[in-house]
Design a protein around this ligand. Structure first.
Ligand code: ADQ
Length: 472
């Protein structure tokens, strides 16, 4: 890379906040991808010049760094083989299952681990080149766990933070990873490690003790054979509650929510699920519960409908293709058995929608079903309680990070189908006054702890690490 300028604030994430779109005529366009991380970072990057290091999303491309307003975007080139080995293989077929309770078995390949190391080194080098003396570098997520240490070796002067968007597993599962030592040592190159839940930070600290023989005191690890200390603590992520609430209250979205209800035939109860099509999200358990409630006659498809939005995800990984088939088969079975003529019991939408449409769906839904078997946080739960107005209900799995904060939700264990059915019924049948009260409390919780608050809290912790930041 040849950019001579350096930056005081650098973000490293697997993906750039923009998508590189190549049109049929060969022309190239960059489109901002409206992900949560982009919004979160906007608030901390405002007023400072910053660089974002990440992959463009297209293999075999090596675009030059370029400016997008005040933000320097630094594309990290990945070959098609590297995408297959570092991203689809090591990240999504080795680490993802281990970090999510081995809901599907993990696959380990030495070739994938080697590619992961090579790509992490490339990210570290790019960060080292764009970071100004004494800069702050914020590394994101499980794809880049080796970057902190690699970067520290190259640039001992910079302050390094890492945030894990997914759970950190108990040491009994983590210990299966052939690269377990490399990952722990990689992360210990940072000054501050942020996790979604206190339990994730505790799992990390325990892994350091058990697998590295490191000493820990409170939430601080003494890095073996150095005089460095690293703090590991929970800083739960959130959403841009203000921005989303404003969108949800806008006239076009209100109108669209009404239209959706009409389009669905004005059923008494609309249940909603919104997920990436991922086996961690508990979509099959949710469908099973809903199907059985119809079979048992406790619900009727004449006045109740489930809308399941599932965005396509990781379809090059076998477990994801298999899940898609299973879900689509189940939807077919439920609809075959229960759909009234001219309507469907389950409306299944396997595609992505714009923010406005998502906000309208959240407004239209009476009960939101968030039933993951394991989830770092789950932003959908927070989006629903922000958008919905009036009596609604959130059914929330206790295995999500969100369950730590959203205490007024209808909690469930999605593995227990009978209990899940009862919880769904309780949410549907609760008196309007109770649903109102719960929703107001949930709404307040998210509004007070929005993504801007999260980013501020994270950077404060990073600045003061290994000490705790002074109380605000
Ligand atoms: P994800 O596993 O992707 O994120 P989640 O937190 O639910 O899960 O975020 C998904 C986002 O995608 C939400 O903003 C949702 O609105 C959006 N979305 C889903 N389906 C969509 C569709 N069909 N069309 C449009 N938008 C759609 C990972 C971790 C989570 C953690 C986040 C953030 O797995 O546990 O909460 O990172 O740290």
């Amino acid at each position: 890379m040849s950019s001579a300028r350096t930056y005081d604030f650098v973000i490293a994430a697997n993906r750039l906040p923009v998508d590189r779109i190549v049109h049929d005529d060969g022309s190239v366009e960059w489109q901002t991808s409206p992900g949560g991380l982009v919004t979160a970072m906007e608030s901390v990057m405002r007023g400072r010049e910053a660089a974002w290091v990440g992959w463009s999303g297209q293999p075999d491309e090596a675009p030059e760094p370029f400016l997008d307003n005040d933000l320097l975007l630094v594309p990290v080139p990945l070959s098609a083989d590297e995408v297959a080995a570092y991203y689809e293989g090591q990240s999504n077929d080795s680490l993802w299952p281990i970090y999510h309770d081995v809901i599907v078995p993990a696959t380990f390949k030495r070739r994938w681990a080697a590619a992961y190391e090579k790509v992490n080194r490339r990210f570290a080098q790019q960060c080292a080149e764009v970071a100004a003396p004494g800069a702050t570098v914020w590394v994101h997520d499980y794809q880049l766990q080796l970057v902190p240490r690699m970067l520290r070796v190259l640039r001992p002067d910079v302050r390094i933070g890492w945030f894990n968007h997914i759970p950190f597993p108990p040491v009994e599962l983590f210990a299966q990873l052939p690269m377990r030592h490399a990952i722990l040592n990689g992360l210990l190159g940072a000054d501050f490690l942020g996790f979604q839940r206190p339990a994730d930070a505790e799992n990390f600290l325990r892994a350091c003790r058990r697998l590295l023989g490191a000493r820990t005191k409170g939430d601080v690890v003494d890095v073996p054979e150095t005089d460095r200390r690293v703090r590991a603590a929970a800083v739960p992520i959130s959403i841009d509650a203000g921005g989303l609430a404003e969108l949800a209250e806008s006239e076009p979205v209100r109108q669209r929510a009404k239209e959706i209800r009409e389009q669905l035939g004005n059923p008494r109860t609309i249940l909603l699920g919104v997920d990436r099509l991922d086996y961690t999200k508990g979509i099959r358990h949710r469908m099973k519960a809903f199907g059985e409630l119809l079979d048992d006659g406790r619900l009727s498809a004449d006045d109740t409908m489930l809308v399941q939005v599932a965005s396509p995800s990781r379809e090059r990984v076998a477990a994801y293709r298999e899940l898609r088939h299973q879900v689509e088969r189940t939807v077919g079975n439920i609809n075959g058995a229960h759909s009234p003529l001219g309507s469907t019991a389950v409306s299944y939408l396997h595609r992505s929608f714009p923010r406005e449409e998502m906000a309208a769906l959240y407004r239209a839904a009476d009960v939101m079903l968030v039933t993951p078997l394991r989830d770092g946080m789950n932003l959908v739960a927070k989006e629903y309680v922000t958008c919905h107005e009036g009596p609604g209900a959130l059914v929330l799995s206790e295995f999500t990070g969100a369950a730590n904060e959203l205490r007024q939700a209808f909690r469930c264990n999605p593995h227990d189908i009978e209990a899940l059915k009862n919880t769904i019924m309780a949410a549907i049948e609760a008196p309007a006054a109770e649903r109102n009260r719960r929703m107001r409390a949930l709404h307040r919780q998210v509004t007070r702890n929005d993504v801007q608050h999260w980013a501020g809290k994270y950077l404060d912790a990073l600045e003061h690490a290994p000490e705790k930041p002074p109380a605000p």
